[in-house]
Design a protein around this ligand. Structure first.
Ligand SMILES: [Zn+2]
Ligand SMILES: [Zn+2]
Ligand SMILES: [Zn+2]
Length: 132
């Protein structure tokens, strides 16, 4: 299943150069601005593949859009994401891990996994919206 290899590499490389989380549409327009003829459907598929193989993190924005990012680690972690500028900070919080394990165990659940991402306004954007 190694179709569309150059497209996939282009998507992987562009994702690696992108700071925060990006939608398939956002990545597609970045690729287009560099002259790539890649199609939007191919970008969608490549991103989904990369996420499936653990090479990219994916999450749902509060608006229900799928967003992707090539994270610095494949270890379990969470994100703080600025909803205005896209600034993303990777966070690990032991208290959250313990809480999730405990609350699952209390209800008799095993193999519990969780996804927690925090959306907000970063300090710079908070300052900008105060003066705006
Ligand atoms: Zn991440
Ligand atoms: Zn921001
Ligand atoms: Zn966690």
């Amino acid at each position: 299943m190694k179709r569309n290899t150059w497209q996939r590499e282009a998507v992987r490389a562009t994702l690696g150069e992108t700071e925060g989380f990006v939608s398939a549409q956002g990545l597609h327009s970045r690729l287009h601005s560099t002259g790539s003829p890649i199609g939007l459907a191919t970008v969608y598929r490549a991103l989904a593949d990369l996420a499936l193989e653990g090479e990219a993190d994916s999450l749902q924005s509060p608006e229900g859009e799928s967003l992707y990012r090539a994270c610095s680690t494949t270890d379990h972690h969470h994100h703080l994401i600025c909803r205005r500028c896209g600034l993303t900070i990777e966070i690990e919080v032991d208290a959250v891990e313990n809480w999730a394990t405990n609350v699952a165990a209390e209800h008799g659940f095993s193999q519990a996994a969780h996804v927690i991402d925090i959306f907000g306004l970063c300090a710079a954007c908070t300052g900008a919206s105060v003066t705006a």
